[in-house]
Structure formats: structure tokens, C-alpha cells
Design a protein around this ligand. Structure first.
Ligand code: SF4
Ligand code: SF4
Length: 280
């Protein structure tokens, strides 16, 4: 892992007391996760788990204000609330940030559906860290996690959708990792679906070049509302299995798409984003 990432990133490295801002510039998503409590379509512009949706220029203003309030911010992240590659908003925002604040680390999260085809844009842009959510590497299992995907103007379902998603995720991880971008993989642990598949995921993403692995317990909601919520012992067991293959990240805070500040400490999101709403 690059020294700068190790020192400055509160999630990937040892950036203790370093902060991050999540800029909610990506409202739409191109896949349908069965646990996601958002209505999925490509036309609606509305917040999911965020208090505001910003344009790239508004995001730059929010970043300026956030740096004034919390100078410990070292990472500008974009994590939704939808998918960061489903539109050009994230890439546009990062270009603005790169120009104005070249010292900040640029961090992005994606479901990876478009990672294979957009990897070159991220490499050229100089993203420092990328998180890809991979919930299965077997289409039979992935088909239980998603209801469908929107890809190249068409909707796919079932194992066909799952196969496309997995292929694009793994090939995308290979491309960006080979270019030196630090990749972390998130997996939502769903006891009934992927608990016995964690080893396979950890192994496959490590082979593709990912450096870190993060297991996030399912919040039972939407179509998976009747699934059990994993307990600490379940998460621990899954982490131990994954650890045989890849370094495991253990302090995930399940941040909102508009989190601002040092993870686990005071969140300044209200001050940054409400100000924007009040100005309208
Ligand atoms: Fe929701 Fe994220 Fe899944 Fe899209 S990729 S459906 S935003 S959980
Ligand atoms: Fe990046 Fe995720 Fe950490 Fe946000 S929470 S800074 S997107 S790794």
C-alpha cells in the first residue's frame, strides 16, 4: 500500500485522527440489491441515506466549508448514495477536487458493475483508494443477493445478471489494482446466503489484486427483512476465515453517504449539508 494512503487514510491505513468527507453526488444506482432500502430507477433524483444530493460544483463548496470546520480531513470520498460509476458526477467531482485540493486523497466506493469499462478513467484521474462491494463470486449465490442489473440499456435478472456483475467486478479490480490503486472489498454478510461463501470471495478478490477485506453485517431490510442479523460471533468467524487469504479491516463504521469528520467521532454532516439546503 502506498505510504501516503497508509499515513493519511482513516479507513485503509493508520490515519488515526484523520477525517474524511463523503460527498453525496451520485443518486442513481444500476443494480438492485435485495437489502437496499432505496427505490431503484435511473430517472429519479432523490436522497437515499443522505440529507442532500449535490452537484459536482456544490460538492466542491461543501468540501471547502468542511475543511474550514474540520481541518483534519485528509480524504475526499464519494460513496453514493447510489453507484459512483452509474453517472459522471463522481468523476467530474474528483477532477474539480484534484485541481483545487491536490493534497487530498481521493477515495471512491462502487458496486463494480461498470468498473471493468471505466477503470481507465479512474486510473487516469488518479484515484488513490477504491472500495468494491462483492457479495458473492458464484452466480448462483449472487443471484440471491440482487434482483437485477441495468447494463448497456438493458435489464438482466437471475444468474445472467449475477454473472455479468461478478465478471465486471473481478476484471475491474484486476485492472485498477495492476495500476497501483489500493483496493478494498466490502462484503455484506448474509447468514442465509453467503456465510459459507466468505472464503471463496476472499480468495477470489485477493487473486484479483485487492489488498483489504471488510465484512459488514447485514441490516435486515427490504426484501431481506426476514433474514437474521449477524451477531458478533458470526462476524468474527467470517473474518477469521477470510484472514487466511487477505488482510481484514475491522473498524468499519458503516458510514452514511454524507458523513463528515473523523470516523467514530463527531459528525459535521448537518453543518455542511443543511447549510446548502438553507441557501436554496
Ligand atoms: Fe443500494 Fe448500493 Fe446495492 Fe445500489 S449498490 S442497490 S445503492 S446497496
Ligand atoms: Fe473511503 Fe469508505 Fe472510508 Fe468513505 S468510508 S473514506 S468511501 S473507505
Amino acid at each position: 500500500m502506498e505510504k501516503r494512503v497508509k499515513e493519511l487514510h482513516p479507513c485503509f491505513g493508520h490515519g488515526k485522527n484523520k477525517g474524511r468527507i463523503h460527498l453525496p453526488v451520485c443518486p442513481g444506482c444500476n443494480i438492485e440489491c435485495n437489502f437496499c432500502d432505496r427505490k431503484i430507477n435511473t430517472s429519479e433524483n432523490r436522497p437515499g441515506v443522505t440529507s442532500a444530493i449535490l452537484t459536482p460544483t456544490e460538492a466542491l463548496d461543501a468540501l471547502k466549508r468542511a475543511l474550514e470546520i474540520c481541518p483534519d480531513i485528509t480524504v475526499a470520498g464519494i460513496a453514493g448514495p447510489g453507484d459512483t460509476l452509474a453517472s459522471n458526477n463522481a468523476i467530474k467531482t474528483f477532477h474539480l477536487i484534484k485541481e483545487k485540493y491536490p493534497g487530498l486523497l481521493k477515495c471512491m466506493s462502487t458496486n463494480g458493475l461498470l468498473l471493468k469499462e471505466r477503470a481507465d478513467e479512474l486510473i487516469e484521474l488518479g484515484i488513490d483508494t477504491l472500495t468494491v462491494t462483492v457479495n458473492a463470486v458464484d452466480p448462483k449465490i449472487q443471484a440471491k443477493v440482487i434482483s437485477g442489473i441495468f447494463y448497456n440499456g438493458k435489464r438482466y435478472e437471475g444468474e445472467e445478471a449475477a454473472r455479468i456483475l461478478i465478471e465486471n467486478q473481478l476484471e475491474g479490480i484486476r485492472k485498477v489494482s495492476a495500476a497501483g490503486i489500493t483496493v478494498k472489498v466490502n462484503t455484506v454478510l448474509i447468514m442465509e446466503i453467503n456465510r459459507n461463501h466468505i472464503k471463496d470471495i476472499a480468495k477470489a478478490v485477493r487473486e484479483a489484486g485487492a489488498k483489504l477485506y471488510n465484512i459488514i453485517p447485514l441490516i435486515p431490510q427490504h426484501k431481506l427483512k426476514d433474514c437474521v442479523e449477524p451477531e458478533c460471533i458470526d462476524i468474527d468467524g467470517a473474518r477469521r476465515e477470510a484472514e487466511e487469504y487477505i488482510e481484514v479491516f475491522r473498524h468499519c463504521q458503516r458510514c452514511r453517504a454524507d458523513a463528515v469528520g473523523i470516523p467514530g467521532q463527531k459528525d459535521y454532516g448537518d453543518q455542511i449539508y443543511l447549510k446548502r439546503i438553507n441557501h436554496k
